[in-house]
Write a protein that binds this ligand. Structure first.
Ligand code: BGN
Length: 399
């Protein structure tokens, strides 16, 4: 018969052998499997939004709100405020990004007490060296916007920027036009402030490293060089999508962005070509720093793939001077200064113009069999739309 004492002895021996085996496995390169077992016994992070963690590619990431809490609410007065240091002491490198389901806009507001009306911020303790506007083309992506704001506000505060966030919301249900909305964003943001840099930012891309500074270079900058969806690599050499940064001068040199890319694809390539046509080149941060996590989603309704994009891209060289910020027509429907951003809702019209003719009654349409007016061009402007202000951009300065 085995006594109780010897039972304990066997149990300890068994556990000891287990530990030795795990140590050996770990030494032999099975660290991943061992750490998997260790993680099972660790207490999970219930909020998913704080603390250190690992991104998809295994780089440690910190809490984006760490080291911001000590910033005081009162701005220093008068001339004596010194310039912020060239490199912000608040920058911490990799950021942990996750998307928990319970996040609310009120929580994002509470986390950002120094952000004022319209989503504006400037460092409380020093004079910012840079003024950056973030332009976000938007429709039906409120959920993504909430996450972007949760991460972007502290990210920009850590960089000690004077910044403002503009969400440019396309009114109506006609096909989405990302590039034209960015033209609107440029014009509307520049009306408010002499921004020295504009970041054109997709709503579903979250920066994962705050060393990716949101300031402009001497040439247009493509910031989203390494996205998780492309395996943290540039998908092709001329890629200019996701997040890009241009100074007002860069923007004028390339006549802004094209207005006629309706639907998904090609407009970012057109913008990339314009950089070269404007006599400039594309700069990029390193792949280590220009990392982004994309919030997963399906292709939106109203943003189907644009079948004309290949033909249009082939003609950019001929069209860029006559289609761009000098021809972007739109009507501002509303401008709201919300606590976390400025929301500008615009009518950008359809392929048939700003005020497309109303659709023909079905019987007449069948007789005429016309296919000149696209079938979706039914965005009849409402009374509210008609009240809006029509904008036509001024011609770019000669280069
Ligand atoms: C490209 C798209 C881009 C898109 C990237 C990444 C085109 C034009 C035809 C060559 N370009 O293929 O718009 O951002 O993929 O998804 O479709």
């Amino acid at each position: 018969m085995i006594s109780i004492q010897s039972k304990w002895r066997y149990l300890f021996m068994f556990l000891g052998i287990q530990l030795v085996v795990m140590a050996l496995l770990s030494r032999e390169g099975y660290q991943k499997r061992v750490s998997y077992f260790i993680r099972i016994f660790r207490k999970p992070d219930t909020t998913g939004l704080s603390g250190r963690n690992h991104t998809a590619a295994g780089i440690a990431g910190g809490d984006v709100y760490a080291n911001l809490s000590h910033l005081s609410k009162t701005h220093s007065q008068g001339d004596e405020m010194p310039y912020c240091p060239k490199t912000s002491p608040l920058i911490g490198g990799p950021i942990h990004v996750s998307f928990p389901s319970g996040l609310t806009t009120a929580q994002v507001q509470r986390k950002n007490p120094l952000v004022v009306r319209g989503g504006r911020y400037r460092p409380p303790d020093c004079e910012a060296r840079h003024r950056t506007a973030i332009i976000i083309p938007h429709r039906h992506r409120e959920h993504h916007l909430k996450f972007l704001l949760y991460y972007l506000h502290p990210f920009l505060q850590r960089q000690q920027l004077n910044y403002g966030i503009y969400v440019i919301h396309q009114a109506g249900n006609y096909t989405f036009n990302r590039a034209k909305l960015m033209n609107v964003g440029f014009r509307e943001a520049m009306k408010e402030e002499d921004w020295d840099c504009l970041f054109f930012h997709d709503v579903d891309l979250i920066p994962e490293d705050d060393r990716n500074t949101y300031v402009c270079d001497s040439n247009p900058k493509h910031a989203a060089i390494a996205m998780d969806k492309f395996g943290y690599k540039l998908p092709y050499k001329m890629y200019f999508g996701g997040v890009s940064a241009l100074s007002p001068l860069h923007y004028l040199k390339m006549n802004g962005f094209p207005n006629n890319y309706w639907g998904w694809g090609g407009e970012d390539d057109d913008i990339g070509i314009r950089v070269t046509l404007g006599g400039m080149y594309i700069t990029r941060p390193s792949v280590k720093v220009g990392r982004y996590k994309m919030i997963k989603h399906k292709l939106d309704k109203g943003n189907g793939v644009n079948p004309k994009r290949f033909n249009m891209l082939a003609k950019t060289r001929q069209t860029w001077r006559s289609d761009g910020m000098n021809t972007a027509e739109y009507e501002t429907i509303s401008r709201q200064y919300l606590p976390l951003y400025t929301n500008i809702t615009v009518n950008i019209g359809t392929e048939a113009g700003l005020h497309p003719p109303p659709p023909l009654p079905p019987a007449k349409a069948a007789v005429e069999k016309t296919d000149q007016v696209p079938s979706k061009a039914t965005a009849k402007p409402s009374a509210k739309l008609k009240e809006g202000r029509t904008e036509k951009m001024s011609a770019p300065r000669d280069r």
